[in-house]
Design a protein around this ligand. Structure first.
Ligand code: GDP
Ligand code: IMO
Ligand code: MG
Length: 425
């Protein structure tokens, strides 16, 4: 791919294997940028004998000599970030390789507390968040009650702002939720030692990114979550609090839309979802269980079993349109080996109507019954396939079916977690 800037975006409900695809593409990149989300992300990369599970740092940090940027659109938890930094710095210094936006918002200890309390409040309608404080931190950004990484550059002023915000937070915690608030002293041990550790990495990353592009550096944007969890375009309110879609890059990294060259839409060969919310193609049977076990479908961040379903072509069309997907990278195709039949939803039945576009209303999604195109399965283990022709005919037919349902070409296929288990189509 000879574009200056390539975006790797999740097209489903997250966990599509974005980490693996970024790791595959990273060789040709100079700068890897995260533009939204926070430690709710869990990106797994397998390199040789080592497995990396990254929540905050982009997967580019694993490869030597690359620049990693945490963009202004992210929300950062200094504690999680420090633990990832320390693990990486056992190998090499991150100074000169990691840059944190001065405009990125901080996840504070009270955000994590609020995440728990708000979930409790929802009772029967829990979102099933990752409890990392992501939603409350974004909420404070929008109500202009947030603290940004740049604020840390002057600790005295930071403390004054924190004291002001704490009055408001403590009123909510004590008067509405009836729990203890926070004192400024609480932050001395729980927050500041970690915050001070990230200070040397904080800078204006938008200027840096522009300079890198002018130099001719290749940029890789690493999406977190997926289009169906997008705050605007996903299954609201069962979504995350940021914009994972391509448009989120312009806001969250601070670059102009025309600078994004190619958009790789990462799609699992079936569907998964963690947490609550509509999932029309969900499989609540033995087929779902067997895919979960074979695909090791347990959350990277929380360890929760992921819900499993057939590939949802309606959701995929919706997300490919929103993302401007250049081509699809289909992952975990190897997991479907051994099934007699495999299915892709091409439309939904809602009452008497056939619906082709992903509905926004939960009341409609609840009544949506997928209409499936059925494909022959394949028995062969495909994890050592390295070219299109190594794939069984039935697997090739499945990919062709996916292309015709979505109208988007499959440009890459992943048949295992390792870098070499990748087919360029
Ligand atoms: P992300 O959040 O989109 O980066 O995805 P996760 O890392 O949370 O989940 C994807 C999981 O599938 C990880 O454990 C990967 O190592 C693994 N994986 C990625 N691609 C493949 C593949 O093609 N086949 C198999 N079997 N596993 C894969
Ligand atoms: P990656 O980057 C899968 C889900 C949570 C919950 C909802 C809101 O690994 O693909 P939040 O903590 O963001 O407020 O939770 O979003 N969720 C993810 N699901 N992969 C992720 O990230 C996710 N990040 C958040 O399970 O349903
Ligand atoms: Mg994940």
């Amino acid at each position: 791919m000879d574009y200056a800037a390539v975006a790797v975006i999740g097209t489903q409900w997250g966990d599509e294997g974005k980490g693996k695809i970024v790791d595959y593409l990273v060789e040709k990149a100079d700068v890897i940028v995260r533009y939204q989300g926070g430690p709710n992300a869990g990106h797994t990369v397998v390199v040789g004998e080592e497995t990396y599970k990254l929540h905050h740092l982009p997967c580019g940090v694993i490869s030597e000599g690359k620049i990693s940027i945490l963009g202004n659109g992210m929300v950062l938890d200094a504690v999680t970030l420090c633990s990832e930094l320390e693990a990486m710095e056992e190998k090499r210094s991150m100074q000169e390789h990691l840059f944190i936006s001065d405009r990125a918002h901080l996840i504070m200890p009270y955000h994590k507390r609020m995440d728990e309390l708000e979930e409790d409040y929802r009772k029967g309608a829990k979102i099933g968040t990752t409890m990392r404080g992501v939603g409350p931190a974004y909420a404070d950004k929008v109500t202009r009650m947030g603290l940004r990484c740049g604020d840390l550059l002057d600790e005295d002023t930071f403390k004054q702002k924190l004291a002001f915000i704490l009055k408001n937070k403590n009123t909510i915690l004590e008067k509405i939720y009836g729990v203890d608030g926070f004192s400024l002293e609480d932050f001395e041990a729980e927050f500041f030692p970690f915050a001070r550790r990230i200070v040397p990495f904080i800078t204006d990353t938008t200027v840096m990114l522009e300079e890198e592009m002018e130099k001719g550096s290749k940029i890789l944007f690493e999406g977190a979550q997926g289009a169906m969890l997008d705050i605007d375009h996903g299954t609201y309110p069962y979504v995350t609090s940021s914009n994972p879609i391509t448009g989120g890059i312009c806001i969250g990294a601070g670059i102009a839309p025309h600078k994004i060259g190619q958009v790789v839409g990462v799609a699992k060969a079936y569907s998964t979802r963690v947490g609550s919310g509509p999932f029309p193609t969900e499989l609540l049977d033995e087929t779902g269980d067997s895919i979960r076990e074979k695909g090791n479908e347990y959350g990277t961040t929380t360890g929760r079993p992921r819900r499993i379903g057939w590939l949802d072509g309606v959701a995929l069309r919706h997300s490919c349109r929103l993302n401007g997907t250049t081509f699809l990278a289909v992952t975990l195709l190897d997991v479907l080996s051994g099934l007699e039949k495999v299915k892709i939803a091409y439309a939904y039945n809602v009452g008497e109507e056939v619906v082709n576009n992903f509905p926004s209303g939960l009341h409609i999604l609840e009544k949506s019954i997928p209409l499936y195109q059925e494909f022959e399965g394949w028995a062969e283990d495909i994890s050592s396939a390295r070219s299109k022709t190594d794939l069984p005919r039935a697997a090739q037919e499945y990919l062709r079916g996916l292309e015709s349902i979505t109208g988007i070409k499959v440009g890459m296929v992943s048949v295992g977690p390792r870098r070499d288990q990748t087919i360029m189509m």
